[in-house]
Structures are given as structure tokens and as C-alpha cells.
Design a protein around this ligand. Structure first.
Ligand SMILES: *Cc1c(COP(=O)(O)O)cnc(C)c1O
Length: 377
């Protein structure tokens, strides 16, 4: 049996090697490394796939979030509502731009920002909500958009972990996650559901004016060459990365289906244990399982991780320390902030290997070792 990894990018590459190699070779032969037709083709394909009017490729997912908040014209002191239970990038850019992060607790089932808690966090300074579709699970976008519309707030979806997910509105409408808010942001970090072979990211919007603003911010604040109207940054998706993504985007739905198959098996086998709560699937969206994350009760998490490691099975804690407890936010005086669900989740969640190339044999081994430990302790 092949060594089990959280994400097996090497095996995935082997399966698509000839396509990838020739796509990369095409870029090398063209010597168009920055911009050019390969990047343009990816932009158009992603627009079509998402049903988004504009895709603005950029250098990584963190930049995507930063550029989004810059293009919205958010100013120091403006408050941005976001979950604390997320990857640090979401919250870091808020502070970087001099904005004030307002951390709101998450829903105990979806692990995404709890809409019921958003409204009580709104003040006259609130300008935006940044929901994170954590582990591939959608935030409750219908409720969030209702609140945002009522209070005239921007919504920036952090879709780094959920690209390709469909969101089902109660009126029957279906939209790709990331295209519902004012702006959507994603990352093409190699281990993400749509990953390139380096860094990459993209921003989506249906608003023409905002798209122009986003492109300008990502390109040194310029619309016309050597005319810089606003302070911007330099954030580009390079052609080699776009070439990889051009090969992988048409396979995204197949990759998602493979992840869901792995999740279904985990649900069935691990869900049988009373000590394991498997991921919630409420039918509001298609969970695309960037991570397969369960909650443990009555299980020593550290000991389980150690036991699995001794059997060559990796596991991860996403995330052990919530954002509001990080030193980088010390100046915001958050020690009194009470986010009980977030704090509980940081203690009880654990993520098991999930990727597009997992074999039944590997998964059977993972499941039996988890249950061995859980049932014996
Ligand atoms: C990965 C990730 C990011 C940042 O993406 P990078 O490409 O690594 O900059 C932002 N938010 C979330 C939720 C992520 O998982």
C-alpha cells in the first residue's frame, strides 16, 4: 500500500502528467511567463465555470482578500465582521489594512460564521462581512446576504476552501459559492481543491465597476500604463500556474466527486462511533470536502494523533488556536471576547486524510486504526 498522506499531489500529478507537461512546455516555448493567452484562457474558463461575470487572477488567496478589501475602499477604523475559527489569512489582511476585525462565533454544525450572531456585532462602523466557507462547507449565504442587504454591508466570501461548491437557495436558485457576495476570493495553493504548482489566487465579482477597481488595485493602481490613480499592489497569476490550472479546472468536478466519495465512506464507518461527530451536511450546499473534519468527544485527541502517526497515518488540527487568541491581534484587546463554539471546536476537531487519489485500501486502513483507538480508549 502506498504511504498515506493528507493530500497526495504526487500521485495526482502522475495521473495527468502528459497533459501537465505539455501545457507547461507550451508556456516555456512561448516565453510568455507573465500574462498572455494562457492566463487569459484560464480567466475565461473560470468565469464560465463559476457563472461569474469577472474573474481577476492574482498571486495568492491572501492577496485576493487584501485586494478585495482595498477595492471596496475600506478605510482604517472600519469594522469587518469575520469568524475567528479560520485560517489566519482571512483575518490578517483586515488588520494589515488598518481595519478592525470583529470576530463572531461560528455555527456548531457547519463551523462557519453564525448569522444569528452577526447582527448583534453590527455597529455604525461596520462596513463588511467576510464569511469563510470552511473545509468546503458553505456559510449560510442566504441569511448573510439578507443581513448585508438590510444594513448595506459588503460581503467578501473567503472561498479558498470551497471552490466548485454549489449553493442552493430556498427559491430553487443555484449559484456557485464565491459568486453570491459582493466579491469572492479563492486560493490555488497546491493542496486546495483546485491547486496549481506554486502560489495562485483569484477574485470574482459580477459588478463591472468593481472589477475595474480590482484589476487596477492588483496592477499598481494603474488603468493606463504609467498612470497610477490609487495605491495598489503587484499581484499576478503567472502563466506556468495558469497552464496547470487550465489542465485541472476541467477535472475539478471529478476531483470534488472523488472527495465526496471518500467523505461518504468516512461518514458511514466513523459515524458508527458515538464518540465521533461526522461533518454536517444540511442540503443548503454541496460540501466539497477540502478537509474531512470530525469532532471527538471522550477521546484524547493528542493520543489519537500519536497512535495514528505510529501507524504512518497523518492527521491535522485545523485550527488549534483561533484568530482572536493570536498575538497579532493583541492590540485589539480581545481577552474578554467570548466565542464558546469556536473555543470548543479548537479543542475537539481533527482532520483526517482526504484527497482525489485515495484508494479503498488506504481508507479502510485509516478507518480501522481510528476505530481501534477510539473503541479501546
Ligand atoms: C488557503 C487559505 C487562504 C490563503 O490562501 P493563500 O493562497 O495561501 O494565500 C485564505 N483563507 C483560507 C480560508 C484559506 O484556506
Amino acid at each position: 500500500m502506498k504511504k498515506i498522506q493528507m493530500v497526495d499531489l504526487a500521485t495526482q500529478y502522475q495521473a495527468i502528467k502528459s497533459e501537465i507537461d505539455s501545457a507547461l512546455q507550451e508556456v516555456l516555448d512561448s516565453s510568455m511567463y507573465i500574462g498572455g493567452p494562457v492566463v487569459q484562457r484560464f480567466q475565461k474558463s473560470l468565469e464560465t465555470y463559476l457563472g461569474a461575470k469577472h474573474v481577476i487572477p492574482c498571486a495568492n488567496g491572501t492577496d485576493a482578500l487584501q485586494i478585495a478589501m482595498m477595492a471596496l475602499g475600506l478605510k482604517p477604523g472600519d469594522e469587518v465582521i469575520t469568524p475567528s475559527f479560520t485560517y489566519i489569512a482571512t483575518t490578517e489582511v483586515i488588520a494589515l489594512l488598518g481595519l478592525t476585525p470583529v470576530f463572531v462565533d461560528v455555527d456548531p454544525q457547519t463551523f462557519c460564521i453564525d448569522p444569528a450572531k452577526i447582527e448583534e456585532a453590527i455597529t455604525p462602523k461596520t462596513k463588511a462581512i467576510v464569511p469563510v466557507h470552511l473545509y468546503g462547507q458553505a456559510s449560510n449565504m442566504e441569511a448573510i446576504m439578507e443581513i448585508a442587504n438590510k444594513h448595506k454591508l459588503f460581503v467578501v466570501e473567503d472561498n479558498a476552501q470551497a471552490i466548485g461548491s454549489d449553493y442552493y437557495f430556498t427559491n430553487g436558485e443555484v449559484k456557485k459559492l464565491g459568486t453570491i457576495g459582493t466579491i469572492g476570493c479563492t486560493s490555488f495553493f497546491p493542496s486546495k481543491n483546485l491547486g496549481c504548482y506554486g502560489d495562485g489566487g483569484a477574485i470574482f465579482t459580477n459588478d463591472d465597476k468593481l472589477a475595474e477597481e480590482l484589476r487596477m488595485v492588483a496592477n499598481h493602481g494603474q488603468k493606463m500604463k504609467y498612470r497610477h490613480d490609487v495605491v495598489g499592489c503587484n499581484s499576478r497569476l503567472d502563466a506556468l500556474q495558469a497552464a496547470v490550472l487550465n489542465v485541472k479546472l476541467p477535472k475539478l468536478d471529478k476531483y470534488i466527486a472523488a472527495r465526496i466519495r471518500v467523505a461518504d465512506t468516512y461518514d458511514r464507518v466513523l459515524g458508527a462511533s458515538e464518540k465521533i461527530t461526522v461533518p454536517h451536511r444540511d442540503g443548503k450546499s454541496k460540501h466539497v470536502f477540502h478537509q474531512y473534519t470530525v469532532q471527538l468527544r471522550g477521546v484524547d485527541r493528542d493520543a489519537l494523533q500519536e497512535y495514528l502517526a505510529s501507524k504512518d497515518i497523518p492527521s491535522m488540527i485545523y485550527y488549534p488556536i483561533p484568530a482572536h487568541k493570536q498575538g497579532m491581534f493583541a492590540s485589539f484587546n480581545l481577552s474578554e471576547l467570548n466565542l464558546p463554539v469556536t473555543e470548543e471546536l479548537t479543542k475537539y476537531v481533527i482532520s483526517f486524510p482526504i484527497h482525489t487519489e485515495m484508494t479503498e485500501e488506504q481508507q479502510a486502513c485509516i478507518c480501522s486504526e481510528i476505530l481501534n483507538f477510539v473503541n479501546a480508549n
